[in-house]
Write a protein that binds this ligand. Structure first.
Ligand SMILES: [Zn+2]
Length: 139
């Protein structure tokens, strides 16, 4: 199971890179700080225990001074680390922006797929007369 970053406008997964992921702190006060900084409504009604078990933030949301690399394979946060780096510009007061962006990304992909399909179709039907569309228009 890959870890997903819980931060707004962040789509990083643990499978994509060697980026470190950090669990939400179990300490309620610190956990609250993380949630506040994330500004995600769906995190606000979770208990610190739930957040700690199921949610993570990637290393991109922490100042580098908050992160200690104890070995090439292990990265830990300082005890009092708070995530402060978030892309909130398109997130605040505009819950649809993320959705819209996704649709745009999808349609670009779709266009590419469709173009490829058309090329395939054309090469499949290469025996058909090329003026086929004109005949349809005239009827
Ligand atoms: Zn992230």
């Amino acid at each position: 199971m890959p870890n997903f970053c819980a931060a707004p406008n962040c789509t990083r997964k643990s499978t994509q890179s060697d980026l470190a992921f950090f669990r939400f702190p179990r300490d309620p006060a610190r956990c609250q700080k993380w949630v506040e900084n994330c500004r995600k409504a769906d995190l606000e009604d979770k208990t610190p225990d739930q957040l700690n078990k199921h949610y993570r933030l990637c290393a991109k949301h922490f100042e580098t001074s908050m992160i200690c690399r104890t070995s090439p394979y292990r990265t830990v946060l300082r005890d009092n680390a708070i995530p402060t780096i978030f892309d909130l510009t398109s997130h605040l007061n505009n819950p649809h922006s993320r959705h819209r962006k996704r649709i745009k990304e999808l349609s670009e992909d779709e266009i590419r797929t469709l173009k490829q399909k058309k090329i395939d179709e054309i090469s499949d039907k290469s025996e058909l007369p090329t003026d086929n569309s004109e005949t349809v228009e005239n009827t």
